[in-house]
Ligand binder design. Structure first.
Ligand SMILES: Nc1ncnc2c1ncn2[C@@H]1O[C@H](COP(=O)(O)OP(=O)(O)O)[C@@H](O)[C@H]1O
Ligand SMILES: [Mg+2]
Length: 423
């Protein structure tokens, strides 16, 4: 069919893990992820020696689909589902181990790493380099140049090597280049999450413009609202397999349902869908009421302790550890954060295992279903562990206001005490 721009058949990508062969474009993040895999194994089996460890691992398996000109496709799936691997293959940054891929048209991509930027070259030089890679003439690039610079908001740094850019500036320029150089197919991975909310909005708007021009957009995000507003079609990946190829709305619904069952079905210690270096691993979470008993459903306005069991897998004390419990509502919006650095309560973890307690008074969540993610980072720089959907939380009523009112759970999830008067 002539309007098919991408055809992927039985695509598979195999990695050998625990083995130090590195691909040409292997990302730092990937190296960290590999390290984490070894560490995670060692945590489950103390006799395990990561050094001799070698295993085949299929990051993608038997994935087939077609994308038509002008499609706006959201790729969703949990951490480690294979989303970035798929985008890297579509962008020709990595080769598939199996299967075939046919692409019609010029592809511009904004991936987690390995953008076409050369660190030693300036912003200006990189814009020209990328345009040339995309097959544009110098005159065409020149025509787009000012627009790119204005969009990225990097005027002052145009003649600075991009290696000196902050991560936010880097992503802004990389996005601007990818979106403005008139690619026929625009591929964007989660990187946008790096920018601030306003810039993300601007990028979503730009992607919408690009797709309104009839170009094809493929977009990975954890923000379901972004997928919903931009994409018409949703591809759900699960452990490297294509689980669902449908409307974006249906893919989102199925994804959110799955997130719930995962937290219910697999004990935290066995969950592999984690991020971070793995130096610390959360292995349990319990919610205790004021009497110290574990509870599975909560009441608005009551006091609770969240108790997280962790292993410190380094042989060192880790100082200045940020711990965050992030609460998401049933639409995957992050509605509430309990975070140590808000209250100058960062923790020092000794070199073994232990528990962390987070006490909250007057739970301000309205009736409803929530999911909680656990995040550990070191001095707010290195992510040690990140696990989404670590536990499901049900708030089934309560009396936050002391009046019997539940608030309006269908309208609003966070409750606050207010005093009213007329003056
Ligand atoms: N270069 C690599 N070497 C080994 N394993 C990798 C490499 N890149 C990714 N992986 C693994 O492949 C799986 C899929 O990764 P990825 O495509 O990044 O997932 P996603 O983007 O959906 O989070 C993960 O388990 C990840 O650790
Ligand atoms: Mg990814």
């Amino acid at each position: 069919m002539s309007d098919t721009v991408i055809r992927v058949e039985n695509l598979g990508k195999k990695y050998i893990i625990g083995h130090q062969t590195q691909e040409r474009y292997t990302a730092l993040r990937d190296v960290i992820a590999n390290g984490a895999k070894g560490l995670f194994k060692s945590f489950r089996n103390p006799k395990f020696k990561p050094v001799n460890y070698q295993e085949e691992f299929w990051a993608l398996k038997d994935v087939s689909f077609e994308i038509k000109q002008g499609d706006r496709v959201g790729i969703i799936g949990r951490n480690g589902a294979g989303k970035s691997t798929l985008l890297k293959i579509l962008s020709r940054i990595t080769e598939p181990t199996q299967g075939s891929i046919k692409i019609k048209g010029r592809v511009a991509s904004l991936l987690e790493v390995g953008t076409g930027f050369h660190p030693e070259l300036t912003g200006r030089e990189n814009i020209y380099l990328n345009g040339a890679i995309l097959g544009m003439s110098r005159i065409d690039i020149k025509r787009k140049f000012d627009e790119i610079v204005a969009f990225a908001e990097v005027e002052k740094f145009l003649d600075t090597p991009v290696k000196r850019y902050s991560s936010g500036m880097y992503v802004r320029l990389a996005f601007a280049v990818a979106a403005h150089l008139e690619p026929e197919i625009l591929i964007v991975d989660e990187v946008l999450a790096v920018g601030d909310a306003q810039f993300q909005k601007k990028c979503l708007g730009k992607m919408e413009d690009v797709s309104n021009e009839g170009r094809t957009v493929i977009f990975v995000s954890h923000q379901m609202s972004a997928i919903q507003s931009l994409c018409t079609r949703g591809i759900l990946l699960k452990s490297g397999n294509l689980y669902l190829d449908s409307s974006s709305q249906e893919a989102i619904n199925v994804y959110l349902e799955q997130a719930y069952t995962l937290a219910d079905d697999i004990p935290l210690a066995e969950r592999k869908d984690r991020g971070g270096s793995g130096k610390v691993r959360a292995y349990s979470i319990q919610i205790l009421n004021i009497e110290g008993n574990e509870v599975s459903s909560l009441q608005s306005g009551k006091d609770y302790s969240f108790k997280v069991g962790y292993f410190n897998q380094t042989n060192e004390y880790l100082n200045d550890v940020v711990v965050s419990l992030d609460i998401f509502d049933d639409k995957s919006n992050r509605v509430l954060l309990f975070r140590t650095n808000f209250t100058n309560s960062n923790l020092n973890l000794d070199n073994k295992s232990g528990y962390i307690l987070c006490n909250i008074e007057n739970l301000p969540l309205a009736k409803g279903s929530y999911r909680l993610a656990i995040f550990f980072s070191h001095a707010d720089a290195e992510t040690l562990d990140y696990i989404e959907d670590a536990v499901n939380i049900t708030v089934d009523g309560g009396d936050f206001f002391g009046t019997g009112s539940e608030g309006l759970p269908s309208h609003c999830k966070i409750l606050a005490t207010t005093k009213w008067s007329k003056i």
